[in-house]
Design a binder for this molecule. Structure first.
Ligand SMILES: Cc1ncc(COP(=O)(O)O)c(C=O)c1O
Length: 369
């Protein structure tokens, strides 16, 4: 049997007529940049996130970059984040001229460990960027408490966590702003690149809206120097077709994750990543930890099962960041995760048969050993 890592085609088939109608509408109305489709999507995504403001932008990296700028973070500031994430988290910080300060992650969750915040604090620290990795919220209570004590901004990288809750509260409501990616494989995926910033603050929302569109207040008038980070009307229309289904897709993802958890509970040689108390994951990825990752991965490949690695090189050891001077051993927990992580197929349309097949292949491998 073949089990793909994600199956975007299965989702398209279920939405094809609504999707084609929505795309045709945008073309007929020539609403290619911004416009009514964007406004409609922003309104419904804000409601989905439980916040008053959502600003649609070009992708998740720009969303984080503009959210930080919108919160007043900029050149010369230090921003604390973790090395166990996608490169975009650090890129967004570096692109605004701020300095990345890494701290090690929690060995149980792979997310930011709030205990390490104090050690990274300097007089130049301005913000914290927790990443809600795999759709599992970081400990926002401890992080926001620390930020409040030290007068820091909190901007979540929620690229993988549409709809996640921490202590019953949507993650977009924690801190100053949150950035989302709508890259096609995300829980809510566009048909190209797109992203959004959500915030409780009208000032932050207004600043992000200015920054994404050349600082434009009206035609030919530019209040500040900004960027071209706008969301296409086509992407907004695609996202508006998908958004009403997101809660159900998330429920299906969560149910598959629970099924994996039950089927793999006593599988030797692997460790399951548990949810922290109070953290409701939206199961973007189902990632396990295993000692002999490469052997296990090849075994699954030989059985027709696609897997992913999120992420095999921690950011402090990425060639792109070598000028920061880090070496192996600097963030041992993140490094251990990078060596051991293995993401299993997980998407709403995954069937019980596929899921049981993946779990059986994992158990079979352990028997072979
Ligand atoms: C944690 C994280 N941050 C940021 C991004 C960047 O999003 P985009 O690819 O939409 O720029 C991603 C996308 O993969 C991500 O997973």
């Amino acid at each position: 049997m073949k089990v793909p890592f994600v199956d975007l085609q299965a989702q398209y088939v279920s939405l094809s007529s609504a999707m084609e109608g929505a795309i045709a509408d945008v073309i007929q109305k020539n609403a290619f940049i911004g416009g009514p489709y964007l406004k409609e999507f922003e309104k419904s995504f804000a409601v989905f996130c439980g916040v008053p403001h959502a600003v649609g932008v070009s992708n998740g990296t720009d969303a984080l970059r503009l959210a930080l700028l919108g919160c007043g973070v900029g050149p010369g500031d230090e921003v604390i984040t973790t090395p166990n994430t996608f490169i975009a988290t650090a890129e967004a910080i570096a692109m605004i001229g701020a300095q990345v300060r890494f701290i090690d992650v929690d060995p149980e969750t792979g997310n930011m460990d709030p205990k390490n915040l104090k050690g990274a604090l300097t007089p130049r620290t301005r913000a914290i960027v927790p990443v809600h990795l795999y759709g599992r919220p970081a400990d926002m209570s401890a992080i926001c408490q620390f930020a409040q004590t030290h007068h820091l901004k909190v901007v979540s990288d929620a690229a993988q966590a549409h709809g996640a809750l921490f202590q019953g509260k949507p993650i977009g409501q924690w801190g100053d702003a949150a950035s989302f990616s709508f890259y096609p494989g995300k829980n809510l995926g566009a048909y190209g690149d797109a992203g959004a910033v959500v915030t409780n603050s009208p000032e932050v929302a207004a600043q992000v809206a200015l920054l994404r569109d050349h600082g434009r207040t009206q035609k030919y008038e530019h209040k500040i120097l900004g960027f071209n980070c706008r969301m296409d009307g086509l992407q907004a229309a695609v996202l508006s077709v998908k958004l009403p289904h997101l809660a159900e897709w998330t429920r299906q993802r969560q149910s598959h994750a629970k099924r994996y958890e039950d089927l793999l509970a006593s599988t030797a040689g692997i460790r399951l990543v548990k949810n922290r108390a109070g953290a409701e994951s939206v199961a973007h990825l189902y990632t396990i930890l295993c000692d002999d990752r490469e052997a296990l991965r090849s075994h699954l490949t030989s059985r027709g099962i696609e897997t992913g690695l999120h992420y095999p090189i921690p950011l402090h050891l990425q060639p792109a960041l070598s000028s920061m001077g880090f070496k192996p051993g600097d963030f041992p927990v993140a490094e251990a995760w990078a060596q051991n992580v293995l993401s299993l197929p997980l998407f709403p349309e995954l069937t019980e048969e596929q899921l049981v097949y993946v779990a059986a292949a994992l158990n079979e491998r352990v028997r072979v050993c």
